[in-house]
Design a protein around this ligand. Structure first.
Ligand code: FAD
Length: 259
C-alpha cells in the first residue's frame, strides 16, 4: 500500500488489490508437540506472534515481531507479507532463517516447500511465481536458547540498520546465526555458525573469550553490506559482529544457568 500510495508501484485498470485478511486458513497457528513442530499461517499478524504459544516455543520470532514498526503496523502486517516483501531488513525473515523455517508456497499447480532462507533472491525479488502465494511457514521447535537483536537509529518505527538472530540447539548441539540488513537478502552466516557449534563446550556449556571474538570476525566476513541513507557499510559490518558475539555469549550463559 505504501508503494501504491507513493506511486513507485502501479496497478493497471484491470488489476485488483486482494486482501487476504479474512482467509481463515492463513490465520492458523498449529503446534505438534510430539513432532516438536510449529506451523504458522502466512496471514498471522505481528501482534498475534507476540503471545502464546509463539512466545514460548519460538521466542526469537516474538522478539523480532516486537521490534516491527508501530502498533498499527504490527496489527495489520503479517509474517507472510514480511517474507514476500523480500527485504534484507525483514525482522521476521531473519528470525525464521535462524530457525531453519520453511515457507509453504501454493499455486493452482499445487504446493512446494522452500527454505525461508531461499525465498528472497535479492532486494524485492523472490522465487514466488505470479500465481503463487505463501500459505504458511513451518519450523522446528528447538530446545535450547534463541534470540533476535536489532540496531536502528531509534527505538520505535525503525527499519533495522543491522539485525542478528541466533538459535542454539541443546538437542543437536548446533548453532544458526542469521544476519539482516547486511546483504541483498538475509544471510545465514554458515562459517560463524559452524565455528560457534564447534567451539561451545556442550558438556559444561561454556565458550572462551577468544572463540567469541572469532565468531564476531566470521560474522563480519559473511556480511556484504552497503552504504545507504540508514547507515554506512562499515558500521553495519561492525554491528553484526558485535551483536552476534554478545548474543552467543548471553545464550551460552543463560543455557548454563538454566541447567
Ligand atoms: C511504517 C512502516 C514500518 C515498517 N516497519 C517494519 C519493521 O520494523 N520491520 C520489518 O520487517 N518490516 C517493516 N515494515 C514492512 C511491512 O509492513 C512488514 O514487512 C509487513 O510484515 C508486511 O506484511 P503485510 O501483510 O502488510 O504485507 P503487504 O505490505 O500487504 O504486502 C507486501 C508484499 O507481499 C505480498 N504478500 C503479502 N502476503 C503474501 C502472501 N501470503 N503470499 C505472497 N505474497 C504476499 C504482497 O502482494 C506485496 O507484494 C514496515 C512498513 C511500514 C509501512
Amino acid at each position: 500500500m505504501v508503494a501504491l500510495n507513493h506511486g513507485s508501484q502501479r496497478i493497471g485498470p484491470d488489476e485488483l488489490v486482494v486482501s487476504l485478511k479474512d482467509v481463515p486458513e492463513l490465520s492458523i497457528i498449529e503446534v505438534d508437540h510430539e513432532q516438536r513442530f510449529l506451523r504458522i499461517g502466512a496471514g498471522v499478524s505481528w501482534d498475534e506472534l507476540l503471545g502464546a504459544p509463539v512466545d514460548t516455543l519460538v521466542p526469537c520470532l516474538t522478539q523480532a515481531a516486537r521490534t516491527v514498526g508501530s502498533h498499527q503496523i504490527r496489527t495489520a502486517g503479517t509474517i507472510g507479507g514480511n517474507i514476500a516483501t523480500a527485504s534484507p531488513a525483514g525482522d521476521g525473515v531473519c528470525a525464521l532463517v535462524a530457525l531453519d523455517a520453511v515457507a509453504v508456497l501454493t499455486s493452482p499447480e499445487g504446493q512446494r516447500r522452500v527454505s525461508v532462507e531461499h525465498v528472497a533472491t535479492g532486494p524485492k525479488r523472490s522465487v514466488l511465481a505470479n500465481d503463487e502465494f505463501i500459505e504458511s511457514i513451518e519450523m522446528p521447535i528447538v530446545d535450547g536458547w534463541q534470540a533476535y537483536s536489532k540496531i536502528g537509529t531509534r527505538n520505535a518505527m525503525v527499519i533495522s540498520v543491522a539485525g542478528v538472530a541466533v538459535v542454539l540447539s541443546a538437542n543437536s548441539n548446533s548453532c544458526r546465526i542469521a544476519l539482516g540488513s547486511v546483504g541483498p537478502t538475509v544471510i545465514l552466516a554458515e562459517d560463524a555458525s559452524a565455528f560457534a557449534r564447534d567451539s561451545i563446550d556442550w558438556s559444561t556449556i561454556e565458550i572462551s573469550a577468544d572463540s567469541l571474538e572469532r565468531i564476531g570476525e566470521l560474522v563480519q566476513q559473511a556480511a556484504t553490506p552497503i552504504d545507504d541513507h540508514r547507515s554506512t557499510a562499515a558500521y553495519r559490518s561492525h554491528s553484526v559482529g558485535v551483536l552476534a558475539r554478545r548474543l552467543i555469549e548471553r545464550g551460552v550463559q543463560e543455557m548454563r544457568n538454566s541447567t
